[in-house]
Design a protein around this ligand. Structure first.
Ligand code: PLP
Length: 408
């Protein structure tokens, strides 16, 4: 086994030997978590403003999730979808209540949930729109890494290597209703949109745009799909980000925070588009008892601990800190976001340098692009956590400000 000078396992060298090289990892190995903190293999503690990329909505090892998983693992882990399963039905019921009447289909990831949504839309097109199959999605969006979700993702950098991509996808500028209308043809069946673009750098859909999309879909008999994979589960301060717009999509996709860290995805549909029949779709693992038990605990805790309200209030407080830091340091600007989904722009492509420097100060941050710093902490965040994070970020930015690269 590869070891370091201090005779500990050299995890970076071992990863390089045994794991495919698709990830650019930060130079720490995380081994333990509790609440808003994680610890690395050297015992150093970090305040976590990444939360497993918007996954750990209840923070790390929340007692409710620990208890639910521990209980479930001694009862039933997996049975397949050949049988009824109590946890699956209970989680679907909770989502049915939150969505006011949608029915669920569970998968294992966000990309899979979006694949299901696009299949469902195509079935709708076959039944109700003369075989229409095309999906219009937004520039700068992100919908996953499978071939179809790569085709739906509106960022050329994710697509270039994989052409030819599946047919039936078109992108238009985000928040441009006229562009959507112009792009719509007899082939179009669905419009796919994030209420807040996440990987794209935390950009909010406008109310006019979302309401306009709803109206356009109604007029043209199109399916409105809202990708809530990052913005859902209370991250923006509402259970679903589309609740801000007073619109209701036909299909909703979820994943990330849905089971607080246990892998799961979900595709929800309104009765209008609930057209899957026996055999149309399936999955081996999707919605298994273990993942669903964690999902039930996560949703109940969000509601019982009033975490939607907390995300709203802590989001406002965090943005006030970001505004102050943007006023202090000339190389960051445009603080923005909703709830606990926030970002700032960074000049001179300094985002990854800031992320690394923050690591040294014990703060986990994430950059979605060389010029964007994203913060997506757990929804259990406190004012004390925010004060501490602002202090750590201030020290980080002071270090970066002293570097020649920030003084261009
Ligand atoms: C909005 C959105 N959709 C889809 C996905 C893909 O989810 P997954 O990585 O679970 O497949 C992501 C992941 O970042 C996302 O942010």
């Amino acid at each position: 086994m590869a070891t370091t000078e201090s005779n500990k396992p050299d995890w970076a060298a071992l990863e390089h030997r045994y794991y495919q090289g698709t990830f650019k990892r930060q130079p720490i190995t995380l081994v333990r978590g509790e609440g808003t903190r994680v610890w690395d293999s050297d015992g150093k503690v970090y305040l976590d403003f990444v939360a497993g990329i918007a996954v750990n909505v209840l923070g790390h090892c929340h007692p409710a999730i620990v208890k639910a998983v521990q209980q479930q693992v001694t009862q039933l882990v997996h049975v397949s979808n050949l049988y009824y399963s109590t946890r699956q039905i209970e989680l679907a019921e909770l989502l049915g209540i939150q969505s006011q009447g949608m029915r669920s289909f569970f998968s294992n990831s966000g990309a899979e949930a979006n694949e299901g949504a696009m299949k469902l839309a195509r079935k709708y097109g076959r039944l109700h729109r003369n075989g229409a199959y095309e999906v219009i999605s937004m520039e700068n969006s992100f919908h996953g890494r499978t071939l179809a979700t790569t085709a739906a993702t509106g960022q050329a950098s994710y697509q270039a290597t994989w052409v030819p991509l599946p047919d039936g996808f078109k992108q238009v500028p985000f928040n441009d209703l006229q562009a959507v209308k112009t792009a719509t043809s007899a082939k179009t069946v669905a419009i796919l949109v994030e209420g807040v673009q996440g990987e794209g750098g935390i950009w909010l859909a406008s109310k006019e745009f979302m309401q306009g999309l709803r109206q356009w879909c109604d007029e043209q008999n199109l399916v409105l799909i809202c990708d809530e994979i990052q913005a859902g589960m209370g991250r923006t301060g509402k259970f679903f980000s589309w609740e801000y717009y007073n619109v209701r999509p036909d299909i909703v996709t979820m994943a990330k925070g849905l089971a607080g860290g246990v892998p799961i995805g979900a595709m929800l549909t309104d009765p209008r588009t609930d057209v899957f029949a026996y055999g149309d779709h399936g999955t081996t693992f999707g919605g298994n008892p273990l993942a669903c038990a964690a999902g039930i605990a996560t949703i109940r805790t969000i509601l019982e601990e009033n975490l939607l309200e907390n995300a709203t209030q802590m989001g406002e407080y965090w943005r006030s800190k970001l505004e102050a830091l943007c006023a202090k340091y000339s190389f960051i600007d445009s603080p923005r976001g909703r709830g606990l989904m926030n970002a700032v722009n960074v000049k001179h492509s300094l985002a990854s340098i800031i992320v690394q420097q923050a690591l040294a100060h014990g703060l986990l941050l994430n950059s979605t692009a060389p010029d964007i710093l994203r913060m997506i902490p757990p929804l259990i965040l406190t004012r004390g956590d925010i004060d501490e994070a602002a202090e750590l970020l201030d020290r980080t930015l002071a270090d970066v400000a002293a570097m020649p690269v920030a003084q261009i």
